[in-house]
Design a protein. Structure first.
Length: 579
């Protein structure tokens, strides 16, 4: 690349200056790697805040009190970083202007303004919480959470007697804050504009998260906009679009972040919608300047969509790769495209995802199959087994894995990490069958949840299983013979209106009856989880029926259509039976 003006070889002893803006995720990772590669470089880290190397991701757990001592969140100090890595970390130093032609930053601190020249500049300024332009947003009761000081302010609100909290935004940070404040005993309402919390989670999985939040005592108001905040001396009120007023001693705004790049964009560093444009090695449009982390545009590995991915893992890894590109470019590996793998705790549930979701795949016109399954996290006969509610997307035709999500009480993070690895490796869904995963009864099953996903996926790809989905319900009711293959006792607890009950064990003896009842219509099968109806489907398909089995069974159907089951379900007791 012609615009890279300066490189330093591993063997150079001439001191050069690497300046890094941002002393947390990407910035500090870059600084540490740079020192390991070059003992002689002068490495200056400029951090606007009062702390460097803060564990931002731990902030919600400081609010909850699980991490009591804020010092625990300051993983390193300028002193320890100097001692171990000879880094020159300057907290309270803000880059306020950049002259790329002269390679000089203007930096402000309490002692005044100074010019700092650089040979290589790395920008890792992160992102700022979005403050939506609502009337009343400047109320003194409104908080955001990005720094240790922010967390201390929210803790101080609680200590001062706050009883009611409203959290605006149901992304993963909003959920963590809501959980934390509820754990501190506050009445918490979470407001989310999208139809459900965690908008990139499949709605049928998000329903489980909402139920868990309700169980914890958090009120969820999804599909609703906050329109203003009314400030009064005693208490604020968050006003919703439907006119509801939610009293709040504290309002935490968590509706997303925007790249903190104004200084650099003004200096000519190319940005799109405020995010710095970088090439595969993190190089910006300006010679000698690299950028990483929440502030940069990242290409989504599955959809190709360019957007910031505000996650700590990618930022930390990118910092390291950029140091490589600066100091030993011949060996530097490119930054990988993003999978957006995330995990969040909500009460007793773990919620995780990787790759693309159904909505994005559809929007990008990527034809895909989706499977739902509910395997146990470990052997069912070993005490304490619980279901992992797993969704996997893969490409029509070749089965390339595109995305996976899961919710459950145990084992969710492990499965999603395996699936993230598989997606990164470019594996197809059937390859999951062959993964040799650790197993003993307390930990897994001889056919692990991930293996089972591969088996079902392969069956769908090869046509030995045909699925129908909760979204097809109305059409299926109108046009098909529905057979519920659970036991009569299960059927009696609730079922889809119009479904016949023929237990899968009786199916082979009642083929004639089914043919007569179907009268040429398709047969659509269902059971609790999709397992027995899969068996039934194989029987009927081999008898020549146009048969399909409900993906994820009634568990997924109830999750998709809500706890009351919608008008097509005979009784809401079904939701309890299927759960
Ligand atoms: P940051 O880590 O934000 O660092 C940027 C630093 O640059 C800031 O300290 C800022 O003060 C400084 N800075 C900005 N401009 C200037 C300037 N002009 N001069 C000097 N300094 C400047 N991600 C996960 O993957 N998992 C999680 O569980 C998770 N939890 C989170 C919880 C919370 C509450 C928050 C806020 C974020 C969480 N994240 C999580 C996201 C993660 O923290 C970020 O993706 C990551 O920190 C990004 O690293 P970065 O280097 O881009 O930015």
């Amino acid at each position: 690349m012609g615009y890279i003006m300066w490189r330093m070889s591993d063997t150079s002893t001439e001191p050069r200056r690497i300046v890094i803006v941002g002393g947390i995720g990407g910035g500090m990772s870059c600084a540490a790697r740079a020192r390991r590669l070059d003992e002689h470089a002068q490495i200056i880290v400029l951090e606007r805040g009062d702390h460097a190397s803060v564990a931002t991701c731990g902030l919600p757990y400081h609010v909850s009190g699980e991490i009591r001592d804020p010092a625990a969140l300051e993983v390193q100090t300028p002193e320890t970083l100097h001692a171990s890595l000879r880094l020159d970390v300057r907290v309270g130093h803000e880059a306020i202007a950049l002259d790329p032609a002269a390679r000089v930053l203007t930096v402000r601190s309490t002692t005044g303004t100074e010019a700092i020249a650089y040979d290589a500049l790395v920008l890792s300024p992160g992102a700022l919480p979005v403050r939506p332009p609502l009337p009343g947003i400047d109320s003194p009761r409104v908080r955001t959470l990005r720094t240790i000081e922010d967390a201390e302010r929210i803790r101080a609100d609680v200590t001062a007697g706050a009883r009611r909290a409203v959290v605006l935004g149901g992304g993963f940070i909003g959920l963590e804050v809501a959980e934390a404040l509820r754990a501190r005993g506050l009445e918490v309402t979470l407001v989310e504009l999208a139809d459900h919390v965690l908008p990139t989670l499949e709605p049928e999985l998000a329903a489980r998260v909402t139920r868990e939040m309700t169980r914890l005592g958090i009120v969820v108001r999804a599909g609703t906009a906050a329109t203003s905040i009314a400030h009064r001396p005693d208490i604020d009120a968050v006003i919703l679009a439907d006119g509801t007023a939610l009293p709040a001693d504290v309002v935490v705004v968590s509706v997303g972040v925007r790249p903190d790049t104004a200084v650099f964009e003004a200096a000519g560093v190319a940005c799109e919608r405020g995010a710095i444009v970088v090439d595969a090695h993190g190089r910006t449009s300006v010679p000698g300047i690299w950028a990483v982390g929440d502030a940069v545009l990242t290409i989504d590995a599955v959809t190709g969509i360019a957007a910031p991915v505000p996650l700590a893992g990618p930022a930390n890894r990118a910092g390291r790769l950029v140091a490589d590109d600066i100091l030993r470019p011949a060996l530097a590996r490119p930054l990988p495209a993003a999978l957006g793998t995330t995990v969040v705790r909500m009460g007793s549930l773990t919620v995780a995802r990787t790759g693309a979701d159904h909505a994005r795949l559809t929007a990008r016109g990527i034809e895909h199959h989706t499977i739902h399954l509910h395997p146990n996290d470990h052997a069912g006969y070993f005490p304490g087994a619980s279901a992992i509610h797993l969704v996997v997307h893969f490409r029509v035709g070749d089965g390339l894995l595109l995305g996976a999500q899961a919710v459950g009480a145990a084992g969710v993070d492990k499965r999603i990490d395996v699936l993230a690895t598989a997606i990164r490796a470019g594996m197809g869904v059937a390859d999951l069958i062959d993964l040799d995963l650790a197993y003993s009864p307390p930990y897994g099953q001889a056919k692990d949840a991930v293996n089972l996903g591969g088996m079902l996926g392969e069956d769908v790809l090869t046509g030995s299983v045909t699925l129908w989905y909760p979204g097809d319900l109305e059409h299926v009711v109108a046009s098909s013979l529905m057979i519920d293959v659970r036991s009569p006792a299960e059927f009696a607890t609730g079922h889809v209106a119009g479904a016949r009950n023929i237990p899968h064990t009786e199916l082979r003896d009642r083929i004639e009856e089914i043919a007569t009842a179907a009268a040429g219509r398709p047969v659509r099968l269902m059971c609790a989880s999709g397992f027995r109806s899969h068996l039934a489907h194989r029987v009927l398909a081999q008898h020549g029926f146009d048969s399909a089995t409900l993906s994820g069974g009634l568990i997924t159907l109830v999750d998709a259509h809500g706890p009351d089951g919608g008008r097509l379900l005979v009784t809401d007791r079904l939701s309890r039976a299927a759960a």
